[in-house]
Design a binder for this molecule. Structure first.
Ligand SMILES: Nc1ncnc2c1ncn2[C@@H]1O[C@H](COP(=O)(O)OP(=O)(O)OP(=O)(O)O)[C@@H](O)[C@H]1O
Ligand SMILES: [Mg+2]
Length: 276
């Protein structure tokens, strides 16, 4: 897998930097057929990153696009619970990923035997696990890979920003000053690391963007991508392992509006990439 020739690497660079460049090259090779990579992010916990990532993935898939979903919340993986799946994967490379309703799914939850057991990993192990998903999972041909990020600004988001050639981040916020503030912090960190901000989504919304959300959009100089309304059905459907956009028209409408803004303004839709 070490295909990067030493001639392509900068002379005299620190060995750790060269390791990152080599890892980036391996990731690029393994994900050569993944056209778009979108991270769903906020430094604030509980704003609905996982909910937005899952429903975004399925809303894209409903448009006949080939979609993957990576649970990049390595030590607190929730995607499989929201989807009601308990598939396990063989930890030996290549990682063969399960498909649920047309979407290819990867999560650390597929590698542990008991979901209630805490995954207590320090930074290097979290980074290693993410690299394994990037370098060794059988992503195959995808139009979109959606990544559900962990909260915070530490190892996992940093590794993703460092190793992946992302189209950019969708920033999730809620109509609350504190969420707005943390969203600005998350977006500025991403921009500083060279990651494009595709836009801002207001989750748990009344239906109209709040002033704090509009402040986030202005502070990051980005697009407003839409409102996902507060709805108890999200909890009920997710608890029963049902994807809300697949089950409820009013939720689908919110996500369809968000997706068309995302495809129209941030990530180009690519009709040639569509499934037959
Ligand atoms: N629009 C919504 N309306 C009502 N409940 C929602 C909505 N979006 C998410 N929720 C609920 O809020 C809770 C937190 O959502 P979620 O787990 O997606 O947040 P998160 O940002 O991924 O959290 P974490 O930071 O822990 O990863 C869940 O119980 C979810 O069902
Ligand atoms: Mg989450």
């Amino acid at each position: 897998m070490e295909n990067t020739s030493s001639q392509e690497l900068p002379k005299g660079a620190h060995p750790s930097f060269l390791n990152v460049l080599r890892a980036k090259e391996r990731v690029k090779q393994n994900m050569a057929n993944v056209k778009h990579k979108i991270g769903v992010y906020s430094a604030k916990g509980g704003v609905g990153k996982t909910t937005v990532a899952i429903n975004l993935a399925y809303a894209l898939s409903q448009k006949n696009l080939r979609v993957g979903l990576l649970d990049a919340d390595i030590d607190c993986p929730n995607v499989t619970m929201f989807l009601g799946i308990d598939e396990k994967i063989d930890p030996h490379a290549p990682l063969k990923l399960p498909v649920k309703d047309g979407v290819k799914i990867a999560s650390t939850a597929m590698l542990v035997d008991e979901l209630k057991k805490p995954i207590i990993w320090r930074g290097p192990l979290i980074t290693k696990m993410l690299s394994d998903f990037f370098e060794h999972a059988d992503w195959g041909e995808l139009d979109y890979l959606v990544l559900d990020l962990s909260p915070g600004t530490s190892d996992a988001p940093l590794t993703i920003m460092q190793l992946l050639d992302l189209d950019g981040f969708v920033i999730v916020t809620t109509p609350q000053k504190i969420a707005g503030l943390n969203s600005i912090r998350s977006g500025l960190m991403a921009k500083r690391l060279g990651v494009h901000i595709l836009g801002v989504v207001e989750n748990m919304s009344s239906g109209e963007p709040s002033q704090s959300t509009l402040d986030v959009v202005a502070a990051l100089g980005t697009e407003f991508l839409g409102c996902i309304k507060r709805d108890d059905l999200f909890n009920r459907l997710s608890d029963s392992g049902t994807v809300p956009v697949l089950a409820e028209k009013r939720i689908k409408e919110d996500f369809d509006a968000f997706v068309s803004r995302l495809l129209g303004h941030g990530v180009n839709s690519n009709p040639e990439a569509r499934k037959a």
